[in-house]
Design a binder for this molecule. Structure first.
Ligand SMILES: NC(=O)c1ccc[n+]([C@@H]2O[C@H](COP(=O)([O-])OP(=O)(O)OC[C@H]3O[C@@H](n4cnc5c(N)ncnc54)[C@H](OP(=O)(O)O)[C@@H]3O)[C@@H](O)[C@H]2O)c1
Length: 292
């Protein structure tokens, strides 16, 4: 089946039907919950070896155990660069067919910081960027990186990446700064795509909006029922994991890099061009250098 056959109601199993991932290895962050758990399950169903990352070794082991897959559990607390670097070190030398940078937090009600960096930006973007940068050279020649962004990145439309506000201290707003972190995810995917293109490699990097799915992600939202009652369409977890599984594994994606996908198709996003890429890279490097 090709992209035109898939849409809002496709499931992760449907979009990977017929794929044989035997002998391939995939790193999935946030493997213990929601979309990451389903992604790990379905990639494993198609024969992949799963490296499942979670905040702690115990959570990763439990998640893979619950899936009944013989994977490799790895601890990776994305807001702690010591933990991220330990995960990179633990995976040194492993050939990877793909990375699904899926873990995330959303709409923390109060400003929360570590090392002076706002927690959503640190977890969703900086941690993933350090993890993927540390492993990207281990991707096979046609390896893929899938970064979970969100339609919420449009909430950052007015103020953009706010790179002069990585602390989040200027006018903290839970949703705007969640949106900023998801815009950073989108721009980082574009950076990887630019890098792969410049290297002349067949590697691909894309960003994804999975849809709206009721998962643990909304744990910080005071009135979840009200939030979801205002949503025009809510996907099941099986449907929610479809776009990332599609972008990870489908042959159609050989033709796409640096794009933003929704409902298994390319969608419009905020700009993620050279100016945004270079500015985010500079700010991310400055944070990484400062944290040490
Ligand atoms: N659900 C939606 O409607 C929706 C919409 C748009 C985009 N997304 C994106 O989809 C991705 C997956 O979300 P989900 O809905 O599956 O949410 P979820 O069920 O809450 O799963 C999020 C995962 O991220 C992990 N995580 C959170 N903070 C972490 C940290 N500091 N270090 C390492 N892992 C961490 C969580 O671990 P713990 O369980 O240990 O906290 C969990 O495994 C997120 O990036 C989210 O932004 C979701």
């Amino acid at each position: 089946m090709s992209a035109s056959d898939f849409g809002v109601s496709s499931t992760a199993e449907q979009v990977t039907e017929g794929r044989d991932l035997s002998g391939t290895t995939w790193l999935v962050t946030g493997c213990n919950s929601g979309l990451g758990h389903e992604t790990a399950r379905v990639l494993a169903l198609r024969g992949a070896h799963i490296i499942g990352a979670a905040r702690t070794q115990e959570r990763a082991e439990k998640a893979l155990g619950a899936l009944g897959v013989e994977g490799t559990p790895v601890a990776c607390e994305l807001s702690d660069l010591v933990s991220v670097r330990a995960a990179v070190a633990a995976l040194q030398g492993r050939r990877l067919n793909g990375i699904v940078a899926n873990a995330g937090i959303m709409a923390l009600p109060e400003l929360n910081q570590s090392h002076g960096v706002e927690m959503q930006f640190l977890t969703n973007h900086v941690g993933h960027s350090a993890l993927v940068d540390g492993l990207v050279d281990q991707l096979v020649d046609d390896g893929r990186v899938v970064i979970l962004s969100s339609a919420a990145h449009f909430m950052a439309k007015d103020r953009g990446l706010e790179l002069d506000n990585v602390s989040g201290e200027t006018d903290y707003h839970p949703w705007r700064l969640y949106g900023r972190s998801k815009l950073a995810n989108l721009v980082y995917a574009a950076e990887l795509a630019r890098r792969f293109r410049n290297e002349g490699s067949a590697r691909r990097a894309n960003a994804v909006h999975p849809g709206v799915i009721r998962t643990n992600l909304s744990r910080h939202v005071a009135d979840e029922d009200r939030l979801f009652s205002r949503m025009p369409h809510i996907k099941s977890i099986a449907e929610g994991a479809a776009t990332q599984c599609y972008v990870a594994t489908h042959p159609d994606i050989d033709a796409h890099s640096g794009r933003y996908f929704e409902d298994c198709g390319v969608a419009e996003s905020l700009p993620a061009g050279d100016a945004e890429i270079d500015a985010l890279r500079e700010a991310t490097n400055a944070i990484l250098a400062r944290i040490g």
